[in-house]
Design a protein around this ligand. Structure first.
Ligand SMILES: *[C@@H]1O[C@H](CO)[C@@H](O)[C@H](O)[C@H]1NC(C)=O
Ligand SMILES: *[C@@H]1O[C@H](CO)[C@@H](O)[C@H](O)[C@H]1NC(C)=O
Ligand SMILES: *[C@@H]1O[C@H](CO)[C@@H](O)[C@H](O)[C@H]1NC(C)=O
Ligand SMILES: *[C@@H]1O[C@H](CO)[C@@H](O)[C@H](O)[C@H]1NC(C)=O
Length: 462
């Protein structure tokens, strides 16, 4: 979404929050499951916040496989005096939410906890700092280090009960990523892992590494970037940084039908979380390809993971994102394209066109088709080169592509001539096995006469 639109919408939202809309947008609307004994995250209203401003009221919730649906409040007493599901011999996942514009509790926390517990038998601790995280963003930014200090006190206590620092994995969303980063700083990088889900950008863009998440904060730091032009940050700050669709604008966010304007404004930002949830589900691999920048990636300059000895880093829980080389690189930018909805995995198809020299630049539209799934892209063919490469995100593998179509789409008044392609080739990357590209040679595409080729192929068993 264009930056100006977001600024406008955000302003509108804030006006909203201050006036009448508060009742409809803010707390209360969403899930109101009255669970007698079960603990829940807190929420606050503008009024409550005004009264409590200097009290952060950080609380912790514990979820394990024994109480997946009923969080237990977790505090000092949970470490001995009161029976608790916490098991010091298991790894601990710590979920840290970010800024809460409206003072409501984050609605995704339980889904993330459940997905983590499905994937791993762990203690899941949720840090509830809704009071400190709500309303004025600049004040929230003042609070985040204090929250980190409070968390570090708890971690110290847990260490005394036998938890080892390397068994902690923090998952911080937005500003929560920097909270986790500061906890990591306090423990001098000895924490096992920190995952930042679209780490917050505003007020952190020029920040010192002491103030923001960086690779020295844990033994392994991974980050997913989805809204780096607005709520997120664009610089790499982990060992590996996954930039989804370039890290800015996400497929399906621009035009979608959101139930609330708030959802619309934060769609790109929250995509990192939803993709992470999908990765935890394990329905399909989300592999990043190392590349210096998105433009190079889109023009097919980066198609392998040779720097990682051929294994592409994946989003999710695998150790060091699946990286086996050592030392682990730092601030490695990884790119991948996604589809617009869960489970988000796309196949990267490299299209290579070799054209006969053109008199003037031309425009063509390419369509890949697999039954009812279609991927379309417009391409500008400049006269300066005869070989054009572009990367397409198709929902299924190369071997399942049924047809390719090319349309000569130059503007009518522009009088684009026919385009002659010496070859049209498709290949998939990163390649899991050597597979020959699919090529069609000697194709002539006239104006008003689309060309189409059907592939007859079967997917091998591998
Ligand atoms: C917000 O907190 C109040 C009490 O502090 C509670 O009655 C209400 O149900 C909470 N709302 C949500 C959405 O959790
Ligand atoms: C929310 O905070 C209030 C004030 O500290 C506290 O009384 C209440 O128990 C908390 N509610 C929840 C659900 O944590
Ligand atoms: C704690 O976790 C360990 C490792 O998973 C397991 O062997 C042990 O039985 C657990 N203890 C309790 C009390 O559940
Ligand atoms: C994860 O899997 C569960 C159960 O199979 C499903 O209900 C949920 O929609 C999935 N979530 C994502 C993000 O893929």
């Amino acid at each position: 979404m264009p930056r100006e639109h977001k600024v406008l919408l955000l302003l509108l939202l804030l006006v909203c929050a201050w006036t009448v809309c508060i009742a409809s947008l803010a707390p209360g609307a969403e899930e109101r499951r009255a669970h007698g004994e079960c603990a829940d995250l807190n929420n606050t209203t503008w009024l409550g916040y005004r009264q409590q401003r200097f009290n952060l009221q950080v609380q912790y919730l514990l979820l394990t496989r024994s109480n997946v649906d009923c969080a237990q409040r977790f505090d000092r007493e949970s470490l001995g005096e009161r029976p608790s599901y916490f098991n010091a011999s298991r790894p601990t996942k710590v979920i840290v939410h970010g800024y809460r514009a409206m003072g409501s509790k984050p609605s995704w926390v339980k889904e993330l906890a459940r997905a983590l517990l499905r994937a791993q038998d762990a203690n899941v601790l949720v840090v509830d700092w809704v009071y400190g995280a709500s309303f004025a963003y600049n004040l929230v930014v003042e609070n985040y280090k204090e929250v980190a200090v409070q968390i570090s006190v708890l971690i110290n206590q847990l260490q005394k009960h036998g938890c080892r620092l390397e068994t902690f994995h923090f998952i911080g969303v937005s500003l929560g990523a920097h909270v986790a980063g500061f906890v990591g700083t306090l423990f001098e990088g000895k924490i096992g892992r920190i995952t930042g889900l679209d780490p917050a950008g505003p007020m952190f863009k020029g920040a010192d590494t002491f103030d923001r998440l960086d690779p020295t904060d844990a033994q392994f730091v991974d980050a997913i970037h989805t809204d780096s032009d607005y709520f997120g940050i664009s610089i790499p700050l982990g060992h590996v940084d996954f930039y989804l669709n370039g890290g800015k604008d996400q497929a399906g966010c621009a035009r979608s039908r959101f139930p609330s304007m708030y959802g619309y404004v934060i769609c790109d930002h929250m995509r990192a979380l939803h993709v992470y949830l999908s990765a935890l589900n394990g329905s399909c691999p989300l592999r990043g390809v190392p590349c210096p920048n998105y433009e190079d990636f889109l023009t097919g300059q980066c198609v392998d993971c040779d720097v990682f000895k051929g294994t592409c880093p994946t989003i999710g829980l695998s150790e060091n994102s699946g990286i086996t080389i050592s030392p682990i690189p730092k601030e490695q930018k990884l790119f991948l394209l996604t589809t617009s909805s869960a489970p988000f995995c796309a196949r990267h198809i490299l299209l290579e066109l070799e054209v006969s020299p053109l008199d003037k630049s031309a425009e063509v539209e390419v369509t890949l088709r697999t039954e009812n799934l279609g991927t379309e892209q417009r391409l500008r063919l400049q006269t300066s080169t005869t070989v054009h490469r572009t990367v397409l995100a198709h929902p299924v593998a190369l071997c399942e592509i049924h047809s390719i179509a090319l349309r000569n789409t130059g503007a009518r008044f522009y009088r684009q001539g026919d385009v002659h392609f010496k070859s049209v080739c498709l290949s998939e990357f990163p390649a899991l096995r050597r597979e020959d590209p699919l090529c069609v040679n000697n194709v002539h595409v006239r104006r008003g006469a689309p060309w189409r080729h059907d592939f007859v192929q079967v997917c091998g068993f591998y």
